[in-house]
Design a protein around this ligand. Structure first.
Ligand SMILES: Cc1cc2nc3c(=O)[nH]c(=O)nc-3n(C[C@H](O)[C@H](O)[C@H](O)COP(=O)(O)OP(=O)(O)OC[C@H]3O[C@@H](n4cnc5c(N)ncnc54)[C@H](O)[C@@H]3O)c2cc1C
Length: 393
């Protein structure tokens, strides 16, 4: 067994009722993940390296605009295909999944959904063709879950402020940025939040820091600063929070797919290991507690995949998906966090070393419970839908 990557061991875990096109796209992403991404992922993790060349290859395969309509330069394969790609690529390397999820789900999609025809024609095709990456800049040092407390400001076509932990920050060409405008700038309700598009290289725009993280070392997480930087409006004045929240509604389904992929990678390694590692004269797979762990892992992963597919299908059909997306992300990220830990346990001491990739999966999984809305915020979304006004204190 290769120490750093295992081939797929997946007896039953397949999404159902995929179209031929969706199956082919998943197969393409699966092969690329196994042949190109997974073998290199340990080195990217060790070296904290953003694998720019992989995104050139993904662009050539049409995967950086997989769900963008063909008339805007994409593959037009739909949102379900996008989540299938995300799961497969994240199985190879979660950081690649994060870069793709933000590039498409959080960066390109809001421009497509809220841009005017001129903006869509100018900004979307280079993103869909993968000629440049997109980023989504909402979080600031003093505002995360409570994004409406942001302090960045836009006035007279210029943006001033800071953003924190922005995925693709050091590599993106196009940034969707949220800022206040109007009012007197003291953060009250009159200072409405709007969305803007800012281009890399704009005067006064700087990437100030690349974050050091627990995991996902192959993804870029950067702090940004703007000082009177020219930025064009995206959508109506004051529509910023609505644009941010609806973008995250879809983005969360992508993170659920990513989390499912990380958990699947852990199961693949753990089940292969259980067949080969001998203790007490037999493979450890013969031991009841190991069987129990693997059975639980597979069952939870299939449930995560099913919730993700349900939410993705609703979104693709243009139907409401806020609750279903929150449920998928809440559950799948919990599965990834829990089951990557269980995979380490199956491998015993080897699982805790860098000889096997499960310790990386464990580190990579944690943040799926944090970004694009923490698990606590997902529960809030679900509980509010369930309880209505009674959920509001
Ligand atoms: C690797 C990485 C990549 C990221 N990429 C991006 C990006 O591309 N763009 C971007 O804009 N942001 C990005 N973020 C930021 C991310 O979205 C925020 O970290 C996240 O929204 C949580 O905000 P916070 O960290 O400020 O935590 P806080 O909001 O300060 O929350 C702290 C704790 O309080 C809890 N909490 C907060 N409010 C409530 C509530 N109402 N009810 C119950 N509990 C609550 C939270 O769940 C959490 O446990 C990224 C973060 C990381 C780590």
């Amino acid at each position: 067994m290769a120490a750093t990557h295992c081939p797929i061991v997946r007896p039953v875990s397949e999404p159902w009722d995929l179209t031929d096109e969706q199956s082919e796209i998943r197969e393409l992403a699966r092969r690329f993940s196994d042949e190109v991404i997974a073998p290199a992922a340990p080195a990217w993790d060790r070296e904290h390296r953003f694998p720019a060349e992989v995104f050139d290859q993904l662009a050539e395969l049409g995967l950086l605009g997989i769900n963008v309509p063909e008339e805007h330069g994409g593959a037009g394969a739909g949102f379900v295909a996008y989540t299938l790609v995300l799961e497969e690529l994240s199985r190879g390397d979660a950081g690649v999944g994060t870069t793709l999820a933000v590039h498409i789900g959080a960066g390109t999609m809001p421009i497509l959904a809220h841009g005017d025809p001129g903006q869509i024609a100018r900004l979307v095709p280079p993103l869909a063709r993968g000629e440049e990456l997109a980023a989504f800049a909402l979080t600031e040092p003093g505002s995360g879950s409570d994004a409406s407390a942001m302090r960045s400001r836009h006035a007279d076509g210029r943006l001033t402020g800071t953003k924190q932990w922005i995925t693709n920050g050091s590599h993106a060409g196009t940034f969707v940025v949220f800022a206040r405008e109007g009012g007197d700038g003291d953060g009250d309700a009159r200072d409405r939040v709007s969305a803007f598009v800012l281009r890399a290289g704009a005067p006064g725009f700087e990437v100030t820091r690349e974050e050091e993280k627990l995991g996902q070392h192959s993804s870029s997480t950067a702090d940004l600063a703007f000082e009177d930087s020219p930025a064009e409006r995206l959508g109506a004045p004051g529509a910023g929070m609505r644009i941010a929240l609806s973008t995250l509604d879809g983005g969360r389904i992508g993170i659920a797919a990513q989390a499912t992929g990380i958990a699947q990678a852990a199961l693949d390694v753990a089940s292969a290991y259980a067949k080969e590692r001998v203790a007490w004269g037999r493979p450890i797979g013969a031991l009841g507690p190991i069987q129990e762990k693997l059975a639980n892992m597979q069952t939870e992963i299939e449930a995560a995949r099913a919730l993700t597919l349900r939410a993705a299908r609703l979104k693709e059909a243009g139907r409401p998906h806020t609750i279903e997306g929150a449920q998928a992300k809440l559950f799948a990220s919990g599965v990834a966090q829990r089951q990557t830990g269980e995979a380490i346990q199956v491998l015993g001491g080897y699982g805790y070393t860098k000889e096997f990739p499960v310790e990386r999966y464990f580190r990579d999984a944690k943040v799926t419970e944090i970004y694009e809305g923490t698990s606590e915020i997902q529960r809030l979304v679900i509980a509010r839908a369930l309880l209505g006004d009674a959920a509001r204190a």
